[in-house]
Write a protein that binds this ligand. Structure first.
Ligand code: PEP
Ligand code: MN
Length: 288
């Protein structure tokens, strides 16, 4: 055991080569991944409209919350099982993989039934029973950084999942709380560059929660890729002004397609390509 660092299995010293997680025809960690979708699943029409739009852009990962951790108990809490069902139905129709949040250990089995990647939200990064439960599953985990967590605490949270036996963890920087409230959070791209050196795990960025402002999502997505991120998870909505959560940070469809064009250029500078640049999926790939 390396005594210099409190975490082991997630470290580069333990495993020098990048971890690659293959899902839905994408080698995450080698290729760049783009996950997109609404903050929250609201109804069938909304989720199918957004999924069809994304599939036409060759996006392969559909995000959407069914269990929502809201600051206020009076805010919409998500459609729960019904939301997961709608996400799965839409994703299957268009050959996409589902990313959705699991809020507690008693819901891990249900999320495993419907989702392909289980997201741990910022508020749950240090929910140790949940992390332990996710160490036992056979699906990748998207581990968001706690909004007030240090990089070391974040790495230790990932260590909980790896030590349980699940090595498929994708880290996600989503902004931290600082003195400045001009943006919803302060997106810490320095941490992204650092964690790429400290750990072999893929690191992606959520510029939607990271800024709280749809007009900042494209510039910070480009910056994230330049800083070495392995991909992005962004919120997009067919009617952002009517969204039941996070409408102000959700991209309009035309903003999303513009951003994709810029991302192609940015990724070329790193000599990498985005998953959406590959040809459409074959049947065999969608089940991989
Ligand atoms: C989200 O992805 O909608 C979300 C709630 O994320 P976070 O946990 O980063 O706030
Ligand atoms: Mn959100």
């Amino acid at each position: 055991m390396d005594k210099r660092k409190p975490y082991q299995l997630v470290s580069r010293e333990w495993k020098p080569e990048d971890t690659v997680i293959t899902l839905n025809g994408v080698e995450i960690g080698k290729e760049l991944m783009l996950a997109a979708g609404p903050c929250t699943v609201e109804n069938e029409e909304q989720v199918f409209t957004i999924t069809e739009f994304l599939a036409k852009q060759h996006v392969r990962f559909l995000r959407g919350g069914a269990y929502k951790p809201r600051s206020s108990p009076y805010s919409f809490q998500g459609l729960k099982t019904e939301g997961l069902h709608l996400l799965r139905k839409a994703a299957d129709k268009f050959g996409m993989a589902v990313v959705s949040e699991v809020m507690s250990s008693d819901k891990v089995d249900e999320l495993c039934e419907y989702a392909d990647i289980l997201q741990v939200g910022t508020r749950n990064m240090q929910n140790y029973p949940l992390l332990r439960a996710l160490g036992k599953i056979n699906k990748p985990v998207l581990l968001k950084r706690g909004m007030s967590s240090t990089v070391e605490e974040w790495m230790l949270a990932a260590e909980y999942v790896l030590v349980g036996g699940n090595e498929r963890v994708i880290l996600c920087e989503r902004g931290i709380r600082t003195f400045d409230t001009a943006t919803r959070n302060t997106l810490d791209l320095g941490a992204v560059a650092l964690v790429k050196q400290l750990s072999h795990l893929p690191v992606i960025v959520d510029p939607s929660q990271g800024t709280g402002n749809r007009n900042l999502v494209a510039p910070l997505s480009l910056a994230a890729i330049a800083a070495g991120a392995d991909g992005l998870i962004v919120e997009v909505h067919n009617q952002p002004e009517k969204a039941l959560s996070d409408g102000e940070q959700s991209l309009y469809f035309d903003q999303f397609t513009d951003m994709m064009q810029s991302l192609i250029q940015q990724s070329a500078l790193r000599n990498k390509h985005f998953d959406f640049q590959k040809p459409r999926l074959t049947e065999a790939e969608t089940t991989a």
